[in-house]
Design a protein around this ligand. Structure first.
Ligand code: PLP
Length: 409
């Protein structure tokens, strides 16, 4: 039951904010670590983690300290000037991930846009594709953000309908299908890149077959095409390694980061690549007023440092196994779960119901009442992605809540 206060706050948000989301009816006021509290101080385990932007936990006190220290000192210079933090931060980040350079941006979609621009320019200037005909391969079921160009290769009707004219230059193939990738690469000489998520997060936590990424990478090398990993959701420890690509020991030509690069404090994203590839971007070819500001630099460095210092990838790997084992045990008793999939702490259950069914939503409402927040994705799936600072006791508690909530269905 919602209180009058909650009803009022929800009404106000719905009245004055664009209605582009369908939020769970809970009004949050405070967060710490894996927990969030609503306006009546009811505590919840947050199993959405702001779509994996708060891997390091809500209001992480170490990162908060770096953030406030820098916020008091200097926040924005624009890249019209140098600043005291950017070089140091990007040195730390590029060395950690094993790249030469990073193009700093703000939101995930902007970083994807930037990667597309780098890739196209590389295609035209280095690979030698004729002017303005370079193509990029993407996959069905992808999610790469919401700009006009990015939605042009989205499979989701709602995200592209009536937003045309759409941007040309994308070839869409099935995810997890090596043969289709090779067929396109073989017949089309104008391909500059392959843009792929190591696990399709928004697509419903779709984990490809073992070897898919490494085989794709090999094909890209064979056909002189850039392998671009969108690790905005899978990166920064989420799947049990700092990058999900590392599960298959591959080094993408370009890596896109966002979300947890910010630890939830401040939008910060970036494109990592080699000196050679980045060299196509010259003075005047790209820019962003906020991209590369000292506050974002400090936050990004602190977010990565915390992830490494506190071994969040290892924690995601270990607790992810315990979590999936627990879900399997629940599945053996509760027929409503049809499948379980995921890696590290990016997991989902597939429910035995229709895509249009209200059951997933009602299960999320029930879990909310029992103290755990998660959301349905792609109709009949529920994604579970807690902050990576979660411990074993909290995982066990979450499993109890999930089990209890499913018992009603
Ligand atoms: C969230 C997400 C994006 C878009 O990030 P925004 O910050 O919302 O623009 C892009 N790619 C993937 C894989 C994502 O999960």
């Amino acid at each position: 039951m919602l209180s009058n206060k909650e009803k009022q706050l929800i009404k106000k948000e719905e009245t004055f904010c664009s209605n582009t989301y369908n939020p769970l009816p809970v009004v949050l006021k405070k967060g710490k670590g894996v927990y969030v509290w609503d306006v009546h101080c009811k505590k919840y385990l947050d199993f959405l983690s702001s779509y994996s932007a708060v891997n390091q936990g809500h209001c992480n006190s170490k990162i908060l300290r770096s953030f406030t220290r820098q916020a008091r000192r200097l926040t924005l210079t624009s890249r019209g000037f140098y600043n005291s933090e950017l070089g140091d931060s990007l040195e730390y980040i590029t060395k950690t991930f094993g790249y030469d350079k990073m193009l700093p941006m703000n939101s995930g979609a902007e970083a994807v846009e930037s990667a597309i621009k780098i890739c196209r320019k590389w295609g035209h200037e280095v690979k030698g594709i004729k002017k303005d005909v370079a193509k990029i391969i993407t996959c069905n079921g992808n999610f790469h953000g919401r700009t006009t160009t990015i939605i042009s290769f989205s499979s989701s009707k709602g995200s592209k309908e009536n937003f045309g004219p759409l941007t040309p230059g994308f070839e869409i193939i099935d995810y997890n299908n090596i043969k289709q990738l090779e067929d396109v690469l073989k017949k089309d000489k104008n391909i500059a890149g392959f843009l792929v998520e190591p696990i399709q997060g928004e697509g419903g936590v779709v984990v490809p077959d073992d070897g898919y990424l490494s085989k794709s990478k090999k094909l890209c090398e064979k056909y002189n095409v850039l392998f671009i990993a969108d690790e905005i959701q899978t990166g920064i420890g989420r799947t049990g390694k700092l990058l999900a690509s590392w599960h298959e020991d591959i080094i993408p030509d370009i890596v896109i980061l966002g979300k947890a690069l910010s630890a939830g404090f401040y939008p910060v994203s970036g494109v990592l690549t080699s000196k050679d590839i980045m060299s196509v971007m010259q003075v005047g070819s790209h820019g962003s007023t906020f991209g590369g500001n000292p506050l974002a630099g400090v936050v990004a460095k602190a977010s990565i440092k915390y992830t490494l210092d506190y071994k969040l990838s290892e924690n995601a790997e270990n607790l992810g196994k315990i979590f999936r084992d627990g879900l399997e045990e629940i599945k053996s008793r509760r027929k409503i779960i049809k499948g379980i999939r995921g890696k590290g702490l990016l997991n989902a259950i597939i429910l035995d119901c229709d895509i249009k069914s209200k059951i997933p939503w009602n299960i999320c409402l029930s879990m909310k009442d029992n103290g755990l927040l998660a959301k349905p994705t792609q109709g009949n799936k529920i994604r579970f992605a807690p902050p990576l600072v979660i411990n074993k006791r909290q995982i066990k508690k979450a499993l109890k809540i999930i089990d209890l909530s499913l018992s009603e269905f």
